[in-house]
Every structure is written in C-alpha cells, then in structure tokens.
Ligand binder design. Structure first.
Ligand code: ADP
Ligand code: MG
Length: 254
C-alpha cells in the first residue's frame, strides 16, 4: 500500500501536470492540436521535451515515427525576452498587431525559416506544418529520447563537431542567406555526432543591417565553448570560413 507521503507525492505530480496542461493547452491551442491530428500531422502528443516561459516542445507520435511539436504560449509574456530587432522584423512582415496574431505570425516565421534551411541543406529539423501557435517538425532523437543540446552533450571529437558547425553555418549564410542571431550551444543539438541547428524564429537575412553583428555574436558563443574543449577557435577565422566576411557592416544610414 502506498504510504501517505507517496500519495501526497502522487497528488503533487498530478497537480503539476495539470498546471502544465493549463499553461499550454488553453482552449484555442487544444483546438489547433486536434485539427493537426485531423490533418494527419501526428496521432498523439506524448510528453514535454522542454518547457519554458515562451512555450514548450513536445514529442509526438505519427504511426511508427516521432515528430516534435513546438507550442508557443498565447499571451503577452511570450515576446518579453525577444530581441527588439526580431519583433521589428515581425511587425514589418505582418499587418496583425494583437498578441495572438503576432504569435501565429512568429510560428509561421519559424516554419518558413526551417523550410529555407531545408532547401539549403542546412541540418535543422524539417518543418512538416504549422497551425496558429503550433509548429510541427522533425524530431531530433530516437526512442531513447531527444538529442541533447550541444551544451550538455558528451563531445567525443570536438574538432569534427567544430568543422561540422562551420559547414552548417556556412550553408546557412551562403545558401540560405540567413543569420541565426541566437545560435549557441543552447540552440544546437548534437545527434549521432552531428550538429542540428534549432530555435530559428529570430533569424534575419544577410541583408539585415545587423546581420554581421549578430553573426559575430553567434560565433563568439562557440569560440568560448570550443576553447573549453581544447579546440582553439579564432573568431576571425570562423567568420571567414562561414562566408561572413562578405556581409556588409551596419552603416549609419541603415
Ligand atoms: N526538433 C526537435 N527535436 C528534439 N528536441 C527538440 C526539437 N526542437 C527543440 N527541442 C528541444 O526543446 C528545447 C527548446 O526548444 P527551442 O526551439 O530552443 O525553444 P525555446 O524558444 O524554448 O528555447 C531545445 O533545447 C531542445 O532540447
Ligand atoms: Mg532555445
């Protein structure tokens, strides 16, 4: 028989799961999820992979395969931690002004950017679809679980991971003509020894006045990370290798 304490723990677990459900699956989101099921995007949502202030990423099942579903919370706090330039880009791209509409546009933006990365053969989750605040994409991982962030991963060959990263960012800049803007070992997964770039909604085109500055910042995050793993990475060399030296610096007019 479960002890009082165990029963208490069970109730607490249930309560915290209910909180999670209330937070993400409000009425409108539940409706969107059920439409996605009807569209055949997935059969079920299984469990959260990660949850944060702005939303959560869930594993979903479709037949014999998995998918990942990113759900943005509908609310005015979702944009609090967003850099101003990204919100500006979004406002330029859409005529809607209410928070709900902006969040749907943001979700669509992430889907579009992932599509552009897929076309350019940049390793990133393949986007299967989106509806309102829900984005359905390729699940990076296997039955044992989701791939770890590069930050938390066991890196056996840091040199090879660095070269792979240069290749992926290089394709992103040269072929997709995009700068991520929030790339770091947090927004990079490591799966089967290869990097996968995620969380791309705030990416800007290489023509954006701040593209070069943002790329330099992305690169700086990795230089420190690889330094700790014993791979000396020169930021200037990294920048040159990904084709960043062809981006124009921001001018006073822009
Ligand atoms: N396609 C995916 N497959 C597996 N795990 C994912 C996928 N996308 C995101 N994740 C997990 O969810 C976490 C949050 O996703 P992310 O897109 O970075 O959202 P946030 O805006 O909350 O940072 C990631 O750190 C990663 O662990
Ligand atoms: Mg992230």
């Amino acid at each position: 028989m479960p002890s009082r304490r165990e029963r208490f723990e069970d109730r607490r677990k249930e309560a915290s799961q209910r909180d999670l459900l209330d937070q993400f699956f409000d009425h409108r989101t539940l409706l969107a999820v059920s439409r996605l099921v009807n569209q055949g995007q997935f059969d079920s949502i299984d469990f959260p992979i990660a949850t944060g202030k702005e939303g959560g990423v869930f594993r979903a099942t479709r037949g014999a395969e998995y998918r990942a579903v990113k759900i943005y919370r509908i609310g005015n706090t979702t944009f609090h931690n967003l850099p101003a330039y990204a919100l500006e880009e979004l406002r330029r791209e859409t005529s809607v002004r209410n928070y709900g509409g902006l969040i749907f546009a943001w979700t669509r933006r992430e889907h579009t950017i992932l599509g552009r990365l897929a076309d350019a053969k940049v390793r990133a989750p393949y986007p299967y679809g989106h509806l309102r605040n829900c984005l359905v994409m390729e699940f990076i991982g296997n039955e044992a679980g989701a791939a770890p962030r590069l930050l938390d991963a066991q890196v056996d060959d840091p040199e090879a991971v660095y070269r792979d990263l240069v290749l992926q960012i290089g394709r992103m800049v040269r072929e997709a003509r995009l700068v991520h803007g929030d790339l770091s070992p947090y927004n990079t997964l490591l799966y089967q020894g290869k990097v996968v770039l995620i969380d791309v909604a705030q990416a800007v085109t290489v023509e954006h006045p701040r593209a070069l500055e943002l790329l330099a910042r992305d690169i700086a995050h990795f230089s420190k990370f690889f330094g700790r793993l014993g791979v000396e990475v020169e930021p200037e060399e990294f920048m040159r290798a990904v084709g960043g030296t062809s981006l124009r610096p921001a001018t006073a007019q822009s």
